[in-house]
Ligand binder design. Structure first.
Ligand code: GLU
Length: 299
C-alpha cells in the first residue's frame, strides 16, 4: 500500500556518456517508483561533468527517452555543467575547515589505492604545477551504513580510498564532490541507484559528515550483466532502448526488479507506471550485486 513519507525526494542522475539502455532504465524506474510509492518528488540531474567522456546529443536523448517511458520529473533538470559555482563553494568550505591539500604526484608516484603517501601534504607547489585536490581521510577511518537493500556495509575508507581526489588534475570536479553538493542542494532524502556505485557511497557519506549534511537513505540495486558477466554499459555495447517499445521495456525492467507484472490489458506507459507504483515493493528485489540478463533482454 502506498505510503506517505514527509518530503521524500529521490533522483535519477545519468551521465550523458551514451543513450538510455535497459540497465539505466532499471535504475531510473526503481528510483521513480520508490518516489511515487512514497508520494514524494522525483528529480533528474544530468551529470555532465566530464566533457571528454560525453557523447554529443546523449543528454537530450536520455531526457527524451525518459519521457517516452512516462518517467516525468517534478522539478527542472539540474545540469552539473551549469553548477560549477556550487562545487567551488564546497571546495572553499572544505579548504577553510582544513580538510584539503594539493597533490602533484604523477601516477607512478602514487601508492596502493592511489594514495599520495604523504609527499604533498603541507607542501606548496609552484603555481604552474598541475595539482589534484584531495580530502584528507585519517588512516584507519571506517564508514558504516545500512543500505536499504544490500544491508549493513562496512568500508575501510582510510585504506581503500586514502585521501581521495575531489578535484582532478585536469581541472574537472570529481564526481564524489559534485554528487554530494547536488544531493544536498536538491534536498535528496533517498538515493536509489546501481550497485556499481556502492563503493562510492562511503566517500560521499564521509564528505557529508565533514560538511554536517543530512545523510540520505541509500539503496543499491543489482546491476544487469551480459552473458560475459559485464555490466550493461555503452562500453560493453548495451543496445539503446527502442522507444517504440516503451511499454515492453517497462515490463522487462519490472521483471528484472521482481515486481508484480501489471495486467496485460494495461498498455499505456502511464497505466503501467501507476500500477507498478501502487504495488511497489523494494524488498522483492534480489539483494545481490548483479543479475545476468536473460538472453532475450540483451539481444
Ligand atoms: N552519474 C552516475 C552514473 O551515471 C550516477 C550517479 C549517482 O546516481 O549517484 O553512473
Amino acid at each position: 500500500m502506498p505510503r506517505h513519507t514527509a518530503q521524500y525526494r529521490g533522483r535519477f542522475a545519468p551521465s550523458p556518456t551514451g543513450k538510455l539502455h535497459l540497465g539505466s532504465l532499471i535504475a531510473a524506474l526503481a528510483s521513480y517508483l520508490d518516489a511515487r510509492f512514497h508520494r514524494g518528488k522525483w528529480l533528474v540531474r544530468m551529470e555532465d561533468l566530464d566533457p571528454p567522456r560525453e557523447e554529443p546529443g546523449a543528454a537530450h536523448a536520455i531526457l527524451n527517452s525518459l519521457q517516452q517511458h512516462g518517467l516525468n520529473w517534478d522539478e527542472p533538470v539540474l545540469w552539473q555543467s551549469q553548477n560549477h559555482a556550487s562545487y567551488c563553494a564546497l571546495l572553499d568550505t572544505l579548504e577553510q575547515q582544513g580538510h584539503l591539500f594539493n597533490c602533484a604526484c604523477t601516477r607512478a608516484l602514487l601508492g596502493p589505492n592511489g594514495a599520495c603517501q604523504g609527499r604533498c601534504q603541507g607542501r606548496t607547489h609552484p603555481a604552474e604545477t598541475a595539482v589534484a585536490t584531495r580530502v584528507t581521510v585519517p588512516h584507519g577511518h571506517n564508514v558504516e551504513f545500512n543500505d536499504q537493500l544490500q544491508g549493513v556495509q562496512h568500508s575501510q575508507l582510510g585504506e581503500d580510498f586514502p585521501d581521495f581526489v575531489v578535484k582532478r588534475k585536469d581541472g574537472l570536479f570529481a564526481y564524489q564532490l559534485a554528487v554530494v553538493a547536488d544531493d544536498a542542494a536538491q534536498g535528496i532524502t533517498h538515493v536509489v541507484r546501481g550497485c556499481d556505485l556502492l563503493d562510492s557511497t562511503a566517500r560521499q557519506i564521509y564528505l557529508q559528515q565533514l560538511l554536517g549534511y543530512r545523510i540520505p537513505h541509500y539503496c543499491h540495486l543489482p546491476v544487469i550483466t551480459n552473458a560475459q558477466g559485464q555490466k550493461f554499459s555503452k562500453q560493453n555495447h548495451a543496445p539503446a532502448l527502442d522507444q517504440g517499445q516503451a511499454a515492453q521495456n517497462l515490463r522487462q525492467a519490472l521483471r528484472f526488479l521482481h515486481q508484480p507484472e501489471p495486467p496485460t490489458e494495461l498498455d499505456s506507459v502511464a497505466q503501467i507506471l501507476d500500477c507498478a507504483a501502487a504495488c511497489w515493493n523494494l524488498h522483492s528485489i534480489p539483494a545481490t550485486a548483479a543479475i545476468a540478463a536473460s538472453t532475450d533482454a540483451y539481444s
